[in-house]
Design a protein around this ligand. Structure first.
Ligand SMILES: Nc1ncnc2c1ncn2[C@@H]1O[C@H](COP(=O)(O)OP(=O)(O)OP(=O)(O)O)[C@@H](O)[C@H]1O
Ligand SMILES: [Mg+2]
Length: 378
């Protein structure tokens, strides 16, 4: 939801004290925490619900007092968003963790909107905060289940990838045992065999690590992410399945792509969902079947990723429903891949859309903002 700047209505505006009183009554009744700040950016009011939530007094919360209850890891990002919106008199929306009276941190969705009086003068901000912790947990759970489902479709080929190094280890061990039984075991040859066993062990370990990283359920972890290397990792995860389906994976990645801020596993989930959809769409296409990942910086401090297939393309009647949850045209599809991709991209403050390629097939594109200091340097 985008907040609009509040313009106090003209003829029927009650006296200021009365309208403020009404605002405070409404604020105290709504299942939302409310606050206001003056034009100096300092908090000058929080409602009873806010005080009940934090278990603190109004005196403790006003001014900059409320910042004391923001999770230490969120303070910098929170203040940067708050002050940059404030300086530009822009509405803002952000999530940060706020400590409740029982010392537990809850994830709160905060929205703020500038207050402009009837002469157009900036009066400060009015804002709200809603506890979205339970919804976030449900989202994490759903995303996890969907990742397991997509791993399910990759499982056969991943098992094959594991079997190869394990088989090599087994046969090398047999040879080594045989050589050790001889009267004069060839030390150099045995050393070489043992080093091959080590290398195959590492290969198997890599496959397991890739699966584990993708399938483990964990809280959202925001970090600097290099999308080019995330795509390379995803290609490794997809390689076996692509081979089985006769799909050639291609990557046209812009060099020196700025990093983005995000959750690696979630962004990888978007890439894998788009890739599996692309490969599904090419099931009945004549070879060669190409699935191409592209990256490029946009002019407005975002990175854009495209996943392009040469499959059936998107039918016009399907287009409006693509990103709806549980919409699927596949016999065994859950219809969750794209709706999750959309919510992940949007929670990263990006955008996702699709278009048909002029030469057939679909191209899904999404953007993610680059890390703030990179944006400033550009
Ligand atoms: N690359 C594509 N080309 C053509 N149609 C597509 C493509 N990607 C998605 N679609 C259409 O969008 C629908 C929704 O996709 P979505 O990924 O959400 O669900 P799904 O693939 O059917 O199931 P799952 O939950 O297993 O991903 C698909 O059923 C398909 O009809
Ligand atoms: Mg899908």
């Amino acid at each position: 939801m985008n907040c609009q700047a509040i313009k106090l209505s003209e003829p029927v505006a009650p006296p200021l004290q009365e309208s403020e009183g009404r605002f405070h009554i409404v604020a105290d009744c709504a299942p939302v925490l409310f606050w206001t700040a003056g034009s100096d950016s300092l908090c000058d009011f929080v409602d009873h619900q806010w005080l009940a939530f934090t278990g603190r007094s109004l005196e403790q919360e006003i001014g900059n007092g409320w910042v004391k209850r923001v999770h230490p890891n969120d303070v910098e990002r929170c203040l940067e968003t708050y002050h940059s919106a404030f300086d530009a008199h822009r509405p803002f929306e952000m999530e940060f963790r706020l400590q409740r009276h029982d010392r537990k941190y809850r994830c709160m969705l905060h929205r703020g909107t500038p207050r402009i009086d009837r002469d157009g003068k900036f009066m400060g901000y009015v804002g709200s905060a809603v506890d979205v912790t339970d919804q976030k947990r449900a989202d994490v759970q759903l995303a996890h289940l969907q990742r397991l489902a997509s791993l399910g479709s990759l499982a056969a080929t991943l098992a094959h990838e594991l079997r190869q190094p394990l088989a090599a280890i087994k046969s090398n061990v047999n040879v080594a045992v045989h050589l050790l039984d001889s009267s004069n075991p060839p030390i150099d040859e045995l050393r070489e065999i043992i080093s091959d066993v080590g290398a195959d062990g590492d290969r198997a370990n890599e496959v397991i690590k890739r699966i584990r990283d993708f399938s483990t359920k964990r809280k959202t972890r925001v970090e600097r992410v290099r999308l080019n290397s995330l795509i390379s990792d995803s290609l490794l995860l997809l390689a076996g399945d692509a081979l089985r389906r006769g799909v050639q994976l291609c990557a046209e990645l812009a060099p020196e792509l700025p990093p983005v801020f995000g959750d690696r596993t979630q962004l990888q989930q978007v890439l894998i969902n788009l890739a599996i959809n692309g490969m599904d769409a090419m099931a009945n296409t004549e070879a060669p079947r190409y699935l191409t990942f592209e990256t490029k910086p946009t002019g407005d401090n975002h990175v854009e990723v495209a996943v392009k297939d040469c499959g059936s393309g998107i039918e016009p009647d399907v287009l409006p429903h693509l990103f709806e949850p549980f919409f699927s045209t596949k016999g065994e599809g859950m219809g969750l891949g794209l709706s999750l991709a959309k919510s992940i991209v949007e929670s990263h403050r990006g955008r996702i859309w699709v278009e048909n390629n002029s030469c057939g097939g679909a191209m899904f594109r999404f953007t993610v903002p680059v890390v703030a200091e990179q944006a400033r340097e550009r």
